[in-house]
Design a binder for this molecule. Structure first.
Ligand code: 6R9
Length: 646
């Protein structure tokens, strides 16, 4: 990697105290390797099954896997009831913070009552096992209750991020054939109520599978009402009995569909099932974060509309009887210290967030976290994109007080749970690298022909053995499932779509999506590597790099940078300085052809930089689809910056 910070060579050994009491020790890798299936079988025993499986894995028809064949369990029972039965009913499941400052404390016993009532309500509305239920909600506790109520009766939930448009919701409802939509009048966002119900009305009007819309009252906004179809949650759910006997479902019973956008236009409905998914999210949550259910306060800052929310706000933490934080709003409302205030207030011990958030905090400056007591923190996590060493070190120092291991977790909607990450009590950490396949996971770096590469090489990331929380198919489209993930290197090798590099020690560095790996004069250069170098320059807060087609070199490197608050936009001179900095840092081959100083970068609602759009700009094309951008005016800002024919 680049020597940009001069610190990449630094290792951060596991803190002694943490290592001494860690949930998993160094022997876990050998254990998992000696008998992978036995290892996962042991992890499955963390759950309560009403019928034991006959076979751990059926891989007789790849790539269609069945895990814990013949086993039966109820996912909601495992997440809630069993903890109450074990005497932990009074333990807090969620400390919920609304954006306006209202709070709710929900114990496991209350959660059990709420989930049972909601399950009874769904049954009254005629929802049956196997039916699909769309959930389009803000970050309020009813969203979790709705998911668990579905799981409890065997209905398949399909959560759509509340920031998505009516169009996106409509296409997902149609593709999944949802019979019910659970939503709310709205939620709070950046200090104001933001309506949800109008988008549901619009979407449902264009579909024909939905019988009812169940509406939680959150913001008191006026809502249009379709008699006979729309029902208030408080009218239907509150009057139900808090008793409901969970039914055990097959280990392979569908649990949820989560749509994710690929490189093509239509989103893919990723299907996850019950026993294997819950096994791996529970085990990974416990092992990756060293979760101690009696002591820790765990916070995943994602939205439940993303897989990170499903696996590490809902299913993993609840299966492990964790106490979690759930926060409705944005990090800067009503002030830029809001998150740190929450950490201080609830004495959060484990924080899991995304590099884009860290870089935003960096931009705002370390003075803000310094005003709060963050000494409760002991483990930090990162997810969503490669974390550049600069952001890693800032996170480590200014949030983690130099004492908290950072667990950089590589995984995908499709993988369901962590796949490549260090373990906090075991691994010597390297800033910027996800390092090691998770115990029981087989990840390799291969060349274009699928040959495994040795240390010190760059190629494509593949997963060479099935894993319990793997996607089972793309909803309604087995062929697309096979084509997208299991055809490039044969039916038993999962092609992740990410580039990866193995360093001299065999540690894995994720390099971004393969369409983000640039090829300049036949050299492979990662957008991430150039971005890291730029961000390491004292004047740069954030950078996005794309490969723009170039008649001589194949691709040329074009960078978009946001300067740090204090840095003056000193125009051409600074741009030259930055180009030279990268050339010196990585090598002349990585010297950006062009650097543009901008105010903002276009990001998807899940915080990923939309390089496709930047490429369009860099190559002077008409802009592609911007509907999933958080704010499409960002693109105009960037375009305005451009010389007419750059
Ligand atoms: C969990 C999640 C998956 C894609 C994945 C990769 C990128 C996620 C990463 C990471 C480097 C990490 N990604 N975590 N890249 N290091 N720790 O984000 O799922 O939204 O499906 O995105 O995100 O490119 O392929 P999803």
């Amino acid at each position: 990697m680049s020597e940009s910070t001069g610190q990449e060579g630094r290792r951060f050994p596991a803190p002694e105290q943490l290592a001494a009491h860690a949930n998993v020790g160094p022997d876990v890798y050998a254990q998992a390797e000696s008998d992978r299936l036995a290892f996962w079988e042991t992890q499955a025993r963390r759950l309560t099954w009403s019928q034991e499986w006959d076979q751990v894995l059926d891989w007789s028809n790849p790539p269609f896997a069945k895990w814990f064949v013949g086993g039966k369990l109820n996912v909601a029972y495992n997440c809630v009831d069993r903890h109450v039965e074990d005497g932990h009913g009074e333990q807090v499941a969620y400390h919920w913070e609304g954006e306006p400052g209202d709070t709710r404390t929900i114990t496991y016993a209350q959660l059990q009552d709420d989930v049972c009532r909601a399950a009874n309500a769904l049954l009254e509305l005629g929802v049956q096992a196997g039916d699909r239920v769309a959930i389009y909600m803000p970050m309020i506790p009813e969203a979790v209750v709705a998911m668990l109520a579905c799981a409890r009766i065997g209905a398949v939930h399909m959560v759509v991020f509340g920031g998505f448009s009516a169009d996106a919701l409509a296409s997902r409802i149609t593709d999944s054939g949802a019979v019910l939509v659970i939503t709310s009048d709205g939620g709070y966002r950046r200090g104001a109520p933001s309506a949800l119900k109008p988008a549901v009305d619009d979407a449902v009007g264009r579909t024909d599978s939905v019988r009812n819309v169940l509406v939680v009252r959150r913001t008191q906004q006026d809502v249009e009402w379709t008699e006979g179809r729309d029902l208030w949650w408080h009218d239907v759910v509150d009057r139900q009995s808090a008793e409901h006997t969970p039914e055990a479902f097959d280990a392979e019973h569908p649990l949820y569909i989560m749509y994710t956008s690929g490189t093509t236009a239509s989103p893919k409905g990723i299907l996850h099932t019950s026993g294997g998914y819950l096994t791996q999210v529970a085990y990974s949550h416990w092992a990756s974060f060293d979760l101690k259910p009696d002591d820790d306060v765990f916070w995943t800052s994602a939205d439940i509309g993303w897989v990170t929310g499903h696996s590490y706000i809902v299913y993993g933490p609840l299966a492990n009887r964790a106490t979690s934080i759930m926060y409705e709003g944005t990090p800067e409302t009503p002030h830029r210290g809001r998150w740190f205030e929450i950490i201080e207030k609830y004495k959060v011990t484990i924080m899991y967030t995304a590099p884009t958030v860290i870089r935003t905090f960096m931009k705002w400056g370390e003075d803000i976290p310094a005003k709060f007591d963050l000494s409760s923190l002991r483990v930090l996590g990162s997810v969503g994109e490669p974390i550049n060493p600069e952001a890693w070190l800032w996170y480590h120092e200014h949030i983690g007080g130099g004492r908290c291991p950072i667990v950089d977790t590589w995984w995908q909607t499709e993988t369901g749970a962590h796949m490549i990450n260090p373990l906090p009590g075991v691994t010597d950490l390297k800033p910027g690298s996800a390092q090691t396949p998770f115990p029981g996971i087989s990840a390799k770096v291969v060349d274009d022909e699928g040959n495994e590469l040795g240390d010190d090489s760059t190629g494509l990331l593949v997963l060479t053995e099935p894993w319990p929380s793997m996607l089972r198919t793309i909803w309604g489209d087995d062929d697309r499932y096979v084509d997208t993930y299991w055809s490039r290197f044969g039916k038993e090798v999962y092609f992740a779509g990410d580039g990866a590099k193995k360093d001299d020690d065999g540690d894995i560095w994720l390099l971004g999506r393969v369409d983000d790996v640039m090829n300049v004069s036949g050299h492979r250069i990662s957008t991430t590597e150039v971005e890291s170098s730029l961000v390491a320059h004292p004047t740069v807060a954030e950078a996005a790099v794309v490969g723009a087609s170039d008649p001589t070199t194949g691709q040329g490197i074009v960078a978009f940078v946001i300067l740090r608050g204090a840095a003056e936009d000193s125009g051409d001179e600074l741009v030259q300085q930055l180009r030279n900095h990268v050339a010196k840092d990585i090598g002349p081959i990585a010297k950006p052809r062009q650097i543009m100083v901008v105010q903002e970068l276009p990001k998807t609602r899940s915080g990923k930089i939309m390089r496709r759009l930047l490429r369009d700009i860099a190559e002077n094309r008409e802009l592609g689809d911007v509907t999933t951008l958080t704010d499409s005016s960002v693109m105009n800002l960037i375009k305005d910056k451009l010389p007419a024919s750059s």
